[in-house]
Design a protein. Structure first.
Length: 558
């Protein structure tokens, strides 16, 4: 590592992430509070968005944490005990510092895994035990596992958080209770063998049951103030969207009865009552029982809902869609055709990385806005633990000093063990600032699988959909440059550039013209080849921002 570079620039090392405040573009000022900001992966011009679609659960309806997860966790344990699991499980209480989104559960070995974008294992937990590196290698050669293996289940949603903790509780209980004998793939008691796969399936079935038998919804509706967060800015946001001519729609997997009660609660403010509105008036179109992600593929039958009885009318609704009317099911193809939308003029806001974001982006080309409530905590750590990031930077500089002036002729081996130990200690302290499993976005300098999915499929993301309020509807969300290491860690020098062979080349002020362009006119005239070389474009042809194709096409025609 270059010593001078370490003092001036921040770099990501193998042991820890050193934040950069001096990467040029990244140093620009932001005029909004960090908690109000919308973050950008791909440039998006709000002026070009005609349709704003919203999911309900964990998007418009933010469930209070950890109260909601505690209730869901308790219901899961109650169901498992009712089907024969030990009553001792009732002693467990939900710990919000343990589970995070994006974990993989290995149904063969019963491990919760935090992995990077490529399947490399960053953290492995068996029950409540953090598995040592040597033991990880014995189960996973090269500390690697493939996503396409059928034994892997991804706990990607906020609804999965209690499920992840239940799995940890069960694995720990059965592994450490004296009446059970653990093996690598399960536990045995007497003549009964319980595989981790069967335990996982029981938990999955219990989770599905909470949603299908209505117990989770019933408990939520029994105490809306406790479990569902209300924000008086919500009706204001929708009023502003309509003032700017935007078309809004609700697209949720929840049934009409539950949707009606939750949405009525969310819009239950004196200002709304005073204007004689109800929640439906804030949406141009409303679809319930959408069955995402199936909605983005073949879909289901589109039907009308009788709002007086809550029943679904027979027959297929052929259109048009009426404002204030509730519809059930449908497909993305039919829906977009009926409302006259194209893929790129729709911005869909949701919390589900797979059901909402990945499918709407990959299969239909909708622009995507991912809601990540965990960002609030992540930003708090980023701001309040700057001393840890600064300490990492100091250790990184010290590591650079150790190798200063050493090249391939050096035969001595510098002792960096003390610095590496300190780096690991600081990284661990930083990880514990987020929770037992660290940040949902990274471990040390490596991005998690979850973070990589956000970068791939979410055009923009924020902690709340309400944050759209803090931007004008003409706003251009411009993505920061995706810098590679040679771009983010090499300082700009306006002088000469020295190559590996020692030669020095002075930068030229003018664009280099290949030798082929210096051929004589006669050579070109005698050639029968239509084009001997490509001519430099005279108008902008490189689409650096995904929303600029239209302007570029128009300029090319002029």
């Amino acid at each position: 590592m270059d010593h001078h570079l370490a003092r001036d620039e921040s770099v990501a090392t193998d042991n820890g992430l050193v934040p950069s405040m001096s990467y040029g573009w990244y140093g620009r000022r932001h005029h909004r509070s960090a908690h109000h900001r919308v973050f950008v992966n791909r440039s998006l011009h709000l002026d070009k968005i005609k349709f704003f679609g919203f999911d309900m659960d964990y998007t418009l309806a933010q469930y209070n944490s950890p109260q909601f997860e505690e209730m869901e966790f308790s219901l899961l344990l109650t169901h498992l005990i009712s089907i024969g699991y030990p009553k001792e499980l009732q002693a467990f209480e939900y710990d919000p510092t343990f589970p995070i989104r994006g974990l993989w559960f290995d149904t063969r070995f019963g491990n919760l895994l935090k992995v990077d974008a490529y399947g490399n294992i960053l953290v492995c937990v068996h029950g409540f035990t953090f598995v040592k590196t040597s033991d990880i290698y014995s189960m996973y050669p090269n500390k690697f596992i493939r996503l396409d293996e059928s034994r892997i289940f991804i706990l990607n949603t906020l609804f999965n958080l209690p499920e992840a903790y239940v799995l940890a509780c069960l694995v720990d209980f059965f592994t450490n209770s004296p009446q059970y004998t653990p093996s690598q793939t399960g536990v045995k008691t007497g003549h009964i063998f319980m595989s981790y796969k069967s335990i996982f399936q029981d938990v999955r079935d219990a989770m599905d049951c909470l949603h299908t038998d209505g117990s989770l919804k019933e408990e939520t509706l029994s105490n809306l103030e406790k479990y569902v967060h209300k924000d008086e800015r919500l009706p204001m946001l929708f009023n502003r969207m309509h003032e700017h001519g935007k078309i809004t729609f609700l697209l949720t997997n929840s049934d009409y009865s539950y949707t009606e009660k939750i949405m009525s609660h969310l819009f239950d403010f004196p200002s709304v009552k005073k204007s004689n509105k109800d929640w439906k008036s804030f949406f141009d179109y409303i679809l319930v029982d959408a069955k995402k992600p199936k909605f983005f593929a073949e879909g289901t039958t589109l039907r009308e809902v009788d709002t007086k009885t809550g029943t679904i009318q027979i027959g297929i609704h052929l259109g048009p869609l009426q404002p204030g009317q509730i519809y059930s099911g449908g497909s993305c193809d039919v829906f977009t055709q009926l409302i006259g939308a194209k893929g790129r003029d729709v911005l869909y806001v949701g919390d589900h990385i797979y059901g909402d974001i990945l499918k709407s982006k990959k299969t239909r080309g909708w622009r995507t806005f991912l809601i990540v409530p965990e960002l609030q905590k992540e930003l708090n750590v980023w701001v309040n633990k700057q001393e840890l990031f600064n300490r990492l930077q100091e250790l990184d500089i010290k590591l650079g000093d150790t190798y200063r002036d050493l090249d391939s002729s050096c035969k001595e081996v510098p002792d960096i063990s003390e610095v590496r130990t300190k780096i690991r200690e600081v990284v661990h302290e930083l990880d514990m600032s987020y929770g037992m499993l660290g940040s949902i976005f990274r471990s040390g300098s490596r991005q998690t699988f979850f973070a990589n999915q956000i970068c791939h499929y979410a055009d923009i993301y924020s902690s709340s959909s309400i944050n759209l309020m803090y931007y004008p509807f003409s706003y251009m969300f411009r993505a920061p440059p995706m810098l590679m290491p040679h771009e983010s860690t090499v300082q700009y020098d306006s002088g000469s550039f020295t190559f590996i062979n020692g030669e020095v080349e002075e930068p030229e002020a003018e664009q280099v013209v290949p030798a082929i362009r210096r051929r004589s006119k006669m050579d070109r005239a005698e050639s029968r080849v239509p084009h001997l070389y490509a001519e430099p474009p005279e108008v902008i042809t490189h689409h650096h921002d995904t929303d600029e194709e239209e302007e570029s096409d128009k300029s090319a025609e002029q």
